[in-house]
Design a protein around this ligand. Structure first.
Ligand SMILES: [Zn+2]
Ligand SMILES: [Zn+2]
Length: 610
């Protein structure tokens, strides 16, 4: 057991980092917590029992021993073979190749399944998301930009919901993102008292570094003008010093959120299984949690392992330990590779700076129209020590760096370790790796590092990066997938959900088109667009490799797990701006059907097999 003592508000608040009050715009990597936190977590005992999960999950479907034919199958193996038949037995791939040959070899032992000309790919791998944070806020009302482009529309919607509540019942929302929604830069009691004067209203910023509440919520938490500020996590106040409903950082957020006692009943297991199901609907069979420990401390490993044992897991989980809890993790004795093929520890996650759209990514030069150049969340000497000590212990590193100076420092740290004669536990990753100069690309190549790009930075924020954050000349250095591809560097794409929604096909389309959400027909640095095949690699075999799992997943070849997705259309032949709209027909994990769009998509194998 990794059980720890973060089950009280005070213990939890103690672990929050000092940088918690930055990043109003969009980086959840380092947010220390989505506390839906009541006074005390009552559910840790339950969450570490497999039975608790099994009671909420679906019954695992049967393993199908099948021979899929009449399909276009991109194996993503080293030869990038494209075949028309795939043989699956006991949850593993046994063969793939020419249908006539495979029918001859397996036709008597395997059930032959007609894929009706559809496309089969290895299950998609999401290499960077935040699993328990998503589950923790997943039950709250989505008031974000993908649902409401105008903040006023979100507020009107909230008002209609508030009208249905019983007295004293809380209304909680998530995903408010002033960088993408037209309207005010923050929500205060002015906006939220108009939603409800009697029911407490509480809304998370998409970054999770901020939240906003109305007067009723402040009253429920007994927060007044006389309430002292924690300097690391203050309350927003008006000119007279009266709290205005803005909650800056985890402690201020938690000090209000924990008074919603209904959150004690929140079913985290059900919400987490819902995240797995939603991933399956996008064709995802493996995802990697990048900062484990930020919600329930080191107990999260116990929670993950209970989930794996329950039999109700419908996606594999890889995870990187949050460096914010380094001492506590070290006390558990956890080692690289702890776990199994379902759930496994694969790295340490370090956050070295903030986010570019939040003006806290660490830059060589000041931001456009500003004098400051962002924030280092870790100083160079400390970063060097972290990289050296974890490398010596056999761990790979996963380092968040958005600004070009942050990336310089990450490269310096890796170079120092290599020059000292140590061998990196490859692949080590740079997360987001947003702004890259040519010489940095050469250093990444020389060190054997691998970037993972939050490609939604181009699609959703590209216009703001160009006009408000960097200016054109620097904005074109954002997410340089093609330059890395041409340099022979392996790279991947990620959603960083809750920053953007998981969606491998959307990520591929973004990398292939470099289009802008807010400016249809416009593109950011279109010369950095990659081929569809490169995008597919980034979300399959290369993501498996970045998650230290390419020996077992990421391609369809004999001996690997039968994790695959069946798509309605072929991404390589459909129009590039329609890739994100391709329907996922089915998703399979270890030869079990975990998502089925409906009986009209492919043969209903679960019924046709005895
Ligand atoms: Zn990050
Ligand atoms: Zn992240």
């Amino acid at each position: 057991m990794f059980f720890d003592d973060r089950n009280t508000f005070e213990n939890w608040a103690e672990t929050l980092p000092a940088y918690d009050t930055h990043d109003r715009h969009g980086c959840a990597c380092c947010s220390a917590l989505p506390s839906l936190l009541a006074e005390q977590f009552d559910d840790i005992e339950q969450l570490t029992q497999p039975e608790h999960w099994a009671a909420r999950g679906q019954q695992p479907s049967k393993v199908i021993n099948g021979l899929w034919v009449n399909a276009k199958i991109y194996t993503m193996d080293s030869a990038m073979r494209v075949v028309d038949a795939l043989a699956i037995m006991d949850g593993k791939v046994v063969d793939c190749g020419d249908a006539a040959d495979l029918v001859k070899a397996y036709g008597d032992t395997l059930q032959v399944i007609d894929a009706k000309g559809r496309t089969i790919l290895p299950g998609f791998i999401e290499p960077h998301m935040h699993f328990l944070p998503i589950a923790t806020i997943g039950g709250l009302e989505d008031v974000g930009p993908y649902r409401f482009s105008k903040t006023q529309d979100a507020l009107t919607h909230l008002k209609s919901l508030a009208a249905t509540l019983a007295p004293g019942e809380w209304l909680m929302g998530r995903q408010f993102d002033p960088s993408l929604q037209d309207g005010p830069d923050q929500l205060t009691i002015t906006e939220l008292d108009a939603v409800s004067a009697v029911n407490p209203v509480f809304i998370y910023n998409a970054s999770l570094h901020f939240a906003y509440c109305n007067s009723a919520a402040l009253a429920a938490a007994s927060i007044t003008k006389a309430t002292p500020d924690d300097p690391a996590s203050p309350y927003g106040r008006d000119a007279l010093g009266v709290p205005n409903g803005v909650l800056k950082g985890g402690r201020a957020i938690g000090s209000v959120a924990r008074h919603n006692l209904a959150q004690r009943e929140y079913d985290l297991a059900e919400a987490a299984l819902g995240v797995c199901g939603r991933a399956n609907r996008k064709g995802i069979t493996t995802f990697c949690d990048q900062a484990t420990g930020m919600v329930r401390g080191v107990s999260e490993v116990d929670i993950y392992e209970a989930l794996a044992k329950s039999g109700s897991m419908t996606a594999r989980l890889r995870y990187s330990l949050s460096y914010g809890l380094a001492e506590k993790w070290d006390a558990t004795g956890i080692r690289y590779g702890h776990g199994d093929a379902l759930v496994r520890a694969v790295g340490w996650k370090i956050v070295s700076d903030g986010s570019n759209q939040g003006f806290s990514g660490l830059q060589r030069e000041p931001y456009l129209y500003k004098e400051d150049a962002g924030l280092a969340y870790v100083e160079p000497d400390a970063l060097n020590d972290m990289v050296r000590s974890r490398t010596e212990q056999g761990w790979p590193l996963v380092i968040h760096a958005n600004g070009d100076l942050a990336i310089d420092r990450v490269l310096d740290a890796f170079e120092a370790v290599v020059e000292a004669g140590l061998v990196l536990n490859a692949p080590c990753r740079i997360e987001h790796c947003s702004i890259l100069h040519d010489e940095q690309i050469q250093r990444i190549k020389a060190l054997g590092l691998s970037p993972s790009f939050l490609i939604g930075h181009v699609y959703y924020w590209g216009h703001a990066m160009r006009d408000q954050v960097f200016g054109e000349a620097k904005a074109v250095l954002l997410d340089r997938t093609k330059a890395c591809e041409d340099a022979g560097i392996r790279w991947t794409l990620h959603s960083d959900e809750p920053v953007t929604e998981m969606g491998p096909l959307r990520c591929i389309e973004n990398a292939v088109t470099r289009s802008l959400w807010k400016e249809p027909g416009q593109h950011l640095a279109p010369w950095e667009a990659v081929s569809v095949m490169a995008g597919l690699r980034a979300m399959t075999i290369d993501a498996a490799w970045q998650c230290h799992s390419d020996h077992e997943i990421g391609s369809l070849e004999p001996g690997k797990f039968a994790d695959f997705v069946i798509l309605e259309q072929d991404p390589l032949t459909c129009p590039v701006d329609a890739i994100s709209q391709i329907a996922v027909c089915q998703t399979w994990l270890s030869g079990r059907l975990v998502y089925d769009r409906g009986t009209d998509s492919v043969d209903d194998v679960s019924e046709s097999v005895d």
